[in-house]
Design a protein around this ligand. Structure first.
Ligand SMILES: Nc1ncnc2c1ncn2[C@@H]1O[C@H](COP(=O)(O)OP(=O)(O)OP(=O)(O)O)[C@@H](O)[C@H]1O
Length: 259
């Protein structure tokens, strides 16, 4: 039997902002059902890598393949079709605070719905059953008609996850999903993401600062340092020495020669 095709394949990918390199010569394949954590210090390139994987940005060099399509070669309509298969939970969540939860969850349909269907749904909510099911999956079905800004941070994170679930993508990307949560809420959200990925078979890719969750909740950990892959290893093989090297602080460069 042939091995499954990767969902994501990056071939010699670099990304620059102006002259500053954010990612350098990245080669990477991620397969269906994998749970992968990107770790590394601030500015290592984790968010930039996620933005390449969901097609919201293009590499400066190299090729990004998503679901067997080279995204640089896609027309906008085909690119949108590919992007619909990739659900992203952003650090800032991007929820509309003054709308009821159901409308924020239904935003997961927007790639599929016509303008009119979306407009009607704001008055007569559509696909209530699908939204309820997603909220059951994330543990807050009773919040369906609550205003989103009345929810706690952890509950809002759950709404953002429910929105991705109704989108029904093949892969879920989450950028620092627990950065603003307390330790107990962090544990709940990490458990939820892991369990959803296990139950649905969806690929899960998270950028994380919490190395302990990368080890305990993911099968594979990719360490990024200064835009390069320092290691790409099964979670069980990530050693203390690898982590230390990942976060090592470079001594400041000397200005000119001394003495
Ligand atoms: N839109 C942008 N314009 C200019 N520079 C950018 C942009 N996005 C990212 N960068 C730069 O690219 C580098 C990598 O940033 P990135 O946000 O990917 O890192 P990160 O590992 O996600 O960091 P953090 O953990 O703080 O979110 C940084 O030097 C950053 O300043």
């Amino acid at each position: 039997m042939n091995p499954p095709a990767p969902i994501f394949a990056l071939k010699n990918v670099s990304k620059k902002f102006g002259q500053i390199p954010s990612l350098v010569d990245i080669n990477l394949e991620i397969y269906p059902g994998e749970r992968v954590a990107f770790v590394g210090s601030s500015g290592a390139g984790k968010s930039t890598l996620l933005s390449l994987l969901n097609g919201s940005s293009q590499p400066s060099q190299g090729e990004v393949w998503i679901l067997d399509r080279n995204i640089a070669r896609l027309r906008p309509k085909s690119l949108r079709q590919v992007q619909r298969q990739i659900g992203t939970i952003y650090q800032q969540l991007h929820l509309v605070d003054n709308l009821r939860v159901i409308h924020n969850v239904n935003a997961g349909h927007l790639g599929r719905w016509s303008f009119w269907q979306a407009a009607v749904s704001l008055i007569y909510p559509q696909e209530v059953e699908t939204a309820t099911k997603a909220l059951i999956q994330v543990g807050i079905p009773e919040k369906l008609y609550d205003r989103t800004d009345r929810l706690s941070g952890g509950q809002q994170q759950r709404v953002a996850i429910a929105r991705v679930l109704v989108q029904d993508p093949v892969a879920i990307l989450a950028d620092e999903p627990i950065s603003s949560l307390d330790p107990e809420r962090s544990r709940e959200i990490m458990n939820l993401l892991r369990d959803l990925s296990e139950e649905t078979g969806k690929t899960l890719i998270c950028s994380l600062h919490a190395i302990e969750y990368a080890r305990s909740h993911f099968q594979r950990v990719i360490g990024l340092r200064q835009g390069r892959i320092l290691f790409d290893a099964p979670a069980g093989e990530v050693s203390a020495a690898m982590v230390e090297e990942l976060y090592r602080i470079e001594p400041p460069r000397r200005q000119g020669r001394q003495g």
